[in-house]
Design a protein around this ligand. Structure first.
Ligand SMILES: [Fe+2]
Length: 329
């Protein structure tokens, strides 16, 4: 089962160590509001050589949910074969044209868990916010990418810090949430569609362009759309991210709104009515797995159950007739 209590255990916390530049404090006033660059000391870090990451990949693929690393037909292969493929892909990333990722590093290896805690201590010191005390969940992922690849336009649920370790990457970041996205895009995202953002031509030169080289990182607020393009060499970058409870709450409201819109209703956006939001949040929470193994299961198991057609009709019918104001939730 996913252990979210460990972040709140003060006895396991380290003090700031300066893996992120603690002298450059000004941009951190923009945390969760706007994108900003910062400097870090993870370039050439021994935990992020391709050989070390190839070794780590075997532990990552022992986890129950590996659908973020492999998709489609690959998921039917025996786990030992997937591990062999991932290991070879990481070691051959210079020439194989692949975009590879390993997730939940801190949950599979104590060395990465310690690094996660040290980075969180630095973030707390810079932002002046006791993040670990307040966050609901957090983790870290590493991305290993062949030269020249581009990540499609998308946005993420988490507060994110993307740190370049090897190679170069350009990141174009747009203002968060409703400043760039419409309600339907956010609702679609929270039914578990990672590519719900709809790119428009006018975005080509909009937003802020950051160039990440080893030792440079960029902060993404939650729901801040972005485009990422690799430079001409292999890129290795680390993302550390977390979610606050209020973001989880809003996500559940958006999930109900997605289903209501599917039924031809016009749901109230989150934040317009506290009691309507509370009724929607309760509905999804009641449908969610009580013992999720991963954060994805925690966030999406409720909407997946609600989206079963018969259940959707019954639950939303009750919702609309009873707790919610008709057609305006
Ligand atoms: Fe992203």
């Amino acid at each position: 089962m996913l252990d979210t209590a460990r972040y709140h255990d003060a006895t396991r916390r380290t003090a700031p160590v300066g893996l992120i530049d603690l002298a450059e404090r000004t941009p951190w006033a923009q945390l969760d509001e706007a994108a900003f660059a910062f400097r870090h000391r993870l370039a050439e870090h021994p935990l992020f050589t391709l050989e070390r990451l190839a070794d780590l990949s075997s532990q990552v693929l022992d986890r129950p949910d590996i659908s973020r690393a492999f998709r489609g037909a690959d998921l039917q292969l025996p786990r030992a074969e997937l591990k062999r493929r991932m290991r070879n892909s990481i070691l051959g990333v210079e020439n194989n044209g692949l975009w590879l990722s390993l997730h939940y590093l801190d949950e599979v290896d104590p060395a990465y868990e310690r690094l996660f805690d040290q980075l969180m201590a630095d973030i707390e010191d810079l932002a002046g916010v006791p993040v670990r005390e307040r966050m609901h969940w957090g983790s870290m992922s590493v991305f290993m990418n062949a030269p020249g690849l581009q990540v499609p336009y998308h946005f993420d649920h988490e507060t994110n810090f993307l740190m370049q370790i090897r190679g170069e990457k350009s990141v174009r970041l747009y203002p968060k949430g409703r400043a760039t996205l419409c309600e339907e895009e956010i609702e679609d995202f929270y039914r578990s569609n990672a590519l719900a953002g709809r790119y428009r031509d006018e975005l080509a030169e909009a937003g802020t362009l950051f160039t990440l080289t080893p030792g440079v990182g960029v902060h993404h607020p939650p729901l801040a759309p972005h485009l990422i393009r690799n430079g001409r060499e292999v890129s290795v970058s680390l993302a550390i991210y977390y979610v606050m409870s209020e973001m989880e709450y809003r996500a559940r409201v958006y999930q109900v709104n997605f289903c209501m819109r599917k039924m031809g209703l016009h749901p109230r956006p989150p934040g317009e009515s506290a009691w309507v939001d509370a009724a929607k949040e309760r509905l999804i929470r009641a449908l969610s797995m009580s013992h999720p193994r991963t954060h994805d299961e925690m966030l999406y198991s409720g909407i997946q159950r609600l989206m079963a057609p018969a259940r959707m009709a019954r639950a939303l019918g009750r919702c609309v007739r009873g707790a919610l104001h008709p057609a305006s939730a």
